[in-house]
Ligand binder design. Structure first.
Ligand code: L34
Length: 283
C-alpha cells in the first residue's frame, strides 16, 4: 500500500503556521489583506475562490472580494487592478483564472504590481524563479514541493518527470524541482513516447488536464506520484489526471484528488500573503 500524501492535513499545518505569523503581526498592529477578483460565475472558480476566502478567515488575513460580471471589459478590470495596486492597505492581488475570452490573461497578470503578485504569475516573479532571485513562487508548484518534503522525500538527484508545460504549473514546477537538485524532464502533448519517459520517474508530477489518463502502465514501481488534475464528472465526483486505483499499488507515495494538491495551492497562497507584507517593507 502506497503512502497517501494527505494535502488536506499538510495544508492545515501550513495554515496554522501562517495563522501564527498573522497573529504576531496583529500584535504589532499590522493587518494583512488579500484582494480576490472573480470574473463571471464559473462554478469551479466559485468553489476555489470560496475556499480561498475561508482560508483567509481561518488564518486571520482580511479578504476583499470583487465579483465582476462576465461581460466586464478588460479596461474596467485593469482599472480595478490599478486602484488596488495603489491601495497601501492591500498586500496581495489575485485574479482567478480562467478569464472570459474577450480579456487577455497576460495583460491582466502583467498589470498586477510585482510586489502584490501573490500568485507568482507575473513575468518578474517567473524571471526571479528562473534566476534564483527572491520573489513570489506560484502556489501550486510551491505546494507540491512542500508535500514532497514534508512526506520525508529527498528530491536531490532524483529523476523527476513533469507532464504538462503551462506557465502556472508545469514550467515553474520544473524550475522548482531543479532548484531542489532534481534531474528534470518536462513532457507535453507532443512528447513521442510518454509512457517510456514517465516510467523513468522517481517523482512524477502530472498536470496534463486529462481525467484518469495516467494508469499503472505509466508508473515506475516505487515512484512518488503527484496529481495536479482536477475534474468533476456528471455526478459531481472529483478525479485527477491519475487513475488512482490503478496507480496506487505501484507507487511509493501518491496524492489523492480531492484532498491532495488543491488544498496546498490555497495554503501556499496564504503564505505568500504574509511574504507580500514582508517584501513590501523592504522596498
Ligand atoms: N489566479 N487562478 C489563479 N490562481 C490560482 O492559484 C488558481 N488555481 C487554479 C485555477 N485558477 C487559478 C486555483 O486556485 C486551480 N486552483 C484550485 C484551488 C483550490 C482547489 C482546487 C484548485 C481546491 O480547493 N480543491 C479541493 C476540492 C475543491 C472542490 O470541491 O472542487 C481539493 O481537495 O482538491
Amino acid at each position: 500500500m502506497a503512502i497517501r500524501i494527505e494535502g488536506k492535513v499538510i495544508s492545515g499545518i501550513i495554515k496554522d503556521e501562517v495563522k501564527k505569523s498573522v497573529e504576531e503581526l496583529k500584535n504589532k498592529g499590522v493587518e494583512i489583506t488579500l484582494a480576490v477578483i472573480q470574473v463571471g460565475d464559473d462554478p469551479a472558480s466559485t468553489v476555489y475562490v470560496g475556499n480561498k476566502k475561508k482560508a483567509c478567515a481561518y488564518t486571520g488575513i482580511n479578504s476583499k472580494a470583487y465579483n465582476l460580471p462576465n461581460d466586464v471589459t478588460e479596461q474596467e478590470l485593469l482599472a480595478l487592478i490599478a486602484e488596488l495596486n495603489g491601495d497601501d492597505s492591500v498586500n496581495g492581488i489575485l485574479v482567478q483564472l480562467p478569464l472570459p475570452k474577450h480579456i487577455s490573461e497576460s495583460r491582466v497578470i502583467e498589470a498586477i504590481s510585482p510586489k502584490k503578485d501573490v500568485d507568482g504569475f507575473h513575468v518578474q516573479s517567473a524571471g526571479a524563479l528562473m534566476t534564483g532571485e527572491p520573489g513570489f513562487l506560484p502556489c501550486t508548484p510551491a505546494g507540491i514541493i512542500e508535500l514532497i518534503k514534508r512526506t520525508g522525500i529527498d528530491i536531490t538527484g532524483k529523476e523527476c518527470v513533469v507532464v504538462g508545460r503551462s506557465n502556472i504549473v508545469g514550467k515553474p514546477m520544473a524550475m522548482l524541482l531543479l532548484r531542489e537538485n532534481g534531474t528534470v524532464t518536462v513532457c507535453h502533448s507532443k512528447t513521442k513516447d510518454l509512457r517510456a519517459v514517465t516510467n523513468r520517474a522517481d517523482i512524477l508530477v502530472v498536470a496534463m488536464g486529462r481525467p484518469k489518463f495516467i494508469d499503472a502502465s505509466y508508473i515506475k514501481e516505487g515512484a512518488v506520484v503527484i496529481d495536479v488534475g482536477i475534474h468533476r464528472n456528471e455526478n459531481g465526483k472529483l478525479c485527477g489526471d491519475v487513475d488512482f486505483d490503478s496507480a496506487e499499488p505501484k507507487a511509493y507515495a501518491i496524492t489523492p484528488v480531492p484532498g491532495g494538491v488543491g488544498p496546498m495551492t490555497i495554503a501556499m497562497l496564504m503564505k505568500n500573503c504574509v511574504e507580500a507584507y514582508k517584501l513590501q517593507q523592504t522596498l
